[in-house]
Each structure stands twice: as C-alpha cells, then as structure tokens.
Ligand binder design. Sequence first.
Ligand code: RB5
Length: 154
Amino acid sequence: MKLAIGNDHVAVEMKQEIQAHLEAKGIEVINVGTDSTDRFNYPISGYTVAKLVAQGKVDGGVLICGTGVGISLAANKVKGIRACVCSEPYTAKLSKQHNNSNIIAFGARVIGIETAKMIVDEWLGAEYEGGRHQVRVDMLREIEETQALKAAEE
Ligand code: RB5
C-alpha cells in the first residue's frame, strides 16, 4: 500500500509521527508536506495529496493542519476527492465504510497523537461497503460534475 501525507507548519511533529507509524506497518508514504515550522500555506499540500489520490498514484491520503479543516477544504476542490475531517476513530471508520473517503484529515491542535494513530488505523482497517451507499456516493459525484456548474451559470 502507498499513501501520500501532507501538512502545514503547525502539524510538522504530528505528520512525522504519523508517517513513522504508517511506515512501521510496512506502508510506503510519500511526504509532500513541510518539515519546517516556517509558515506553509495548507492549500499547497492539500492540493498535492489530492492530485496524487485522484490520479491513482497512491491508494489514499492523510492530511494534517491545525484543525484539519483548511487542508481538507483544499483537497475537496479536486474532482473525485472525498476528504473527511475526523477527531475520533468512529467517524474515521464510517467515513470509509459509508462515504468511501479517500483522504482522512485531522487537526494537530485538536487531537493528540494517540487519537491520531487510532483514527488512521481505523480508517485503514475499514472497507467501503458499497450497496446502498453507492447511490449516495454517485450523487456526490453528480453534484461535482454537473450541479456546481449549473449553479455558477444561474
Ligand atoms: C494555521 O494557523 C491554521 O490556520 C491551519 O493550520 C489550519 O488550522 C486551517 O484550517
């Protein structure tokens, strides 16, 4: 398995710990985030991770900023991305099972490292259930492909 990981300047330490946690499980991790505490704008790494996921170059992505919000917003601008911000493992698991999330995001200023590891582990261990959920995921794709454009035209 190969994952991409990205972060901003407030999430360097957590990113490094999560990367090490994933690598200890034998997962290949492409780090596109910053390793410096100098200001680094989260859309850069959110977009880069999202592109790698959308292009099928990695199997999924992990994004970390202060809250997980800004960096997931950037990722969700990319077609085909379902980036979910989670502060506990239950939502992380369900985001894969029901929403087929392909990026998990969280906030280094919101949760501690052990919760972050649990979130990542539950997300990786979960499988998308398809079935009735596929109808809804297809609806998300339809909004992405058609409705946003219509709204802009109206
Ligand atoms: C950086 O100060 C902070 O705004 C960022 O890490 C993140 O929380 C944004 O959503």
